[in-house]
Design a protein around this ligand. Structure first.
Ligand SMILES: NC(=O)c1ccc[n+]([C@@H]2O[C@H](COP(=O)([O-])OP(=O)(O)OC[C@H]3O[C@@H](n4cnc5c(N)ncnc54)[C@H](O)[C@@H]3O)[C@@H](O)[C@H]2O)c1
Ligand SMILES: [Zn+2]
Length: 346
């Protein structure tokens, strides 16, 4: 019997629990002509062994190199070649076993293969479990621009098993934790309390099932109300206007920072004055301060001007409005950005 999903979002069932059990039950009675698993080199080594016992005997594996630099049309070409080689017809199932890179790219490859085949997301990073695998956005980077080619394509199911976090490097775990905190700030104060108390920076120490359940619930609620990014979904970009700009800037230095580290700073800097200290105290319990050189402020401003949320020349930040779940788009000037970064540095 198929277990009851924890969430249902636009045609996707989302389950949290033991992957082999849930997957076997989910697959029962479905008549897929073929099952293909997409992994990257790391998830092939660390995650496939957990999934292998429940895969059909004839399942095929396609493995791509790990890392954002491979989230490209060239890699899609390699994946589609694999589909051809394995004779995938319209009734095939693709399983994306990996972080956001594998999930976004696999979902895109599935969207256009024979005009669309079923796929499921099996996220293996904290970031993918709580964010990337939920919501149906798929795509790849192109000519240095992130996620610029893609499609909305809902997975048939998302299977979240916290056990995969066991092998995830700690810095990646922490990166995902920034998105969990974001979900807490925008929609669930109790989640913030649990995270603060349990301090889940290691796999061993935490009740991941509860944390993931609460964190995914916030993303599901927001996406459910705004499937095509017309309004409320901007709330998920809290911390990302300044955060993305910092991520891009630090990529050009000898000490790049992770996406999560960048949006952690972003959330502090984008918080209204009234809640800034509370946000900063909470975030800095997990993320040590990063010095942002004053000479880089103009460059960071340049990056902010490229943000997707901007309209008619104004640079906009998405900031949580009053609880529950609502968003304000606030225009920001270069002078204000400099001030806020200076404030962060002291
Ligand atoms: N679709 C969306 O809505 C959405 C939302 C947020 C982010 N994203 C995308 O997600 C991507 C980032 O995702 P990510 O942080 O998961 O990066 P990632 O997929 O690159 O994974 C990070 C690293 O961890 C390794 N890894 C993954 N799982 C592992 C495990 N269990 N054990 C050991 N190693 C493991 C990977 O091989 C990789 O080296 C970006 O491309 C971003 O654009 C998409
Ligand atoms: Zn993010």
């Amino acid at each position: 019997m198929v277990p009851a999903p924890d969430f249902h979002l636009h045609g996707s069932d989302i389950f949290i629990g033991n992957l082999p059990t849930i997957f076997s039950q989910w697959l029962e009675g479905k008549e897929y002509s073929k099952v293909v698993v997409l992994t990257d080199q790391n998830t092939q080594r660390d995650c496939l062994p957990l999934m292998a016992p429940c895969l059909p005997e004839l399942a095929k594996i396609i493995t791509i190199p790990a890392g954002e630099q491979h989230k490209s049309l060239q890699t899609c070409d390699y994946i589609w070649n694999g589909f051809l080689e394995h004779h995938l017809d319209r009734k095939a199932l693709l399983i994306n076993l990996g972080g956001g890179v594998v999930g976004d790219m696999g979902g895109f490859c599935a969207a256009v293969w024979k005009r669309g085949i079923d796929f499921i997301q099996v996220p293996t990073t904290l970031l993918a479990m709580t964010d990337a695998a939920i919501g149906g956005k798929t795509g790849v980077d192109y000519q240095g621009v992130k996620n610029i080619i893609g499609a909305f394509n809902a997975p048939a199911a998302v299977l979240v098993d916290p056990l995969f976090l066991q092998t995830l490097p700690e810095r990646e775990l922490l990166s995902g934790l920034a998105e969990v905190l974001k979900h807490g700030f925008i929609g669930d104060p109790e989640l913030l309390e649990i995270v603060t108390k349990s301090h889940p920076t290691k796999w061993e120490h935490s009740d991941w099932t509860t944390i993931l359940h609460k964190s995914i619930a916030v993303k599901v609620k927001v996406v459910d109300q705004d499937p095509f990014e017309k309004g409320l979904r901007a709330l998920l970009n809290f911390g990302h206007s300044i955060g993305h700009a910092l991520e891009s800037y630090f990529l050009t230095t000898n000490s790049p920072i992770t996406h999560g580290e960048a949006i952690a700073i972003g959330m502090i800097c984008e918080s209204p004055k009234t809640s800034r200290k509370r946000v900063a105290d909470l975030i800095q319990a997990f993320f040590p301060k990063v010095a942002i050189p004053e000479s880089a402020f103009p460059e960071i401003w340049q990056y902010m001007q490229q943000d997707k949320k901007n309209s008619s020349g104004a640079v906009l930040m998405a900031v949580p409005d009053e609880y529950p779940l609502s968003v304000k788009l606030i225009p920001v000037t270069e002078t204000q950005l400099h001030e806020t970064l200076r404030g962060y540095n002291v």
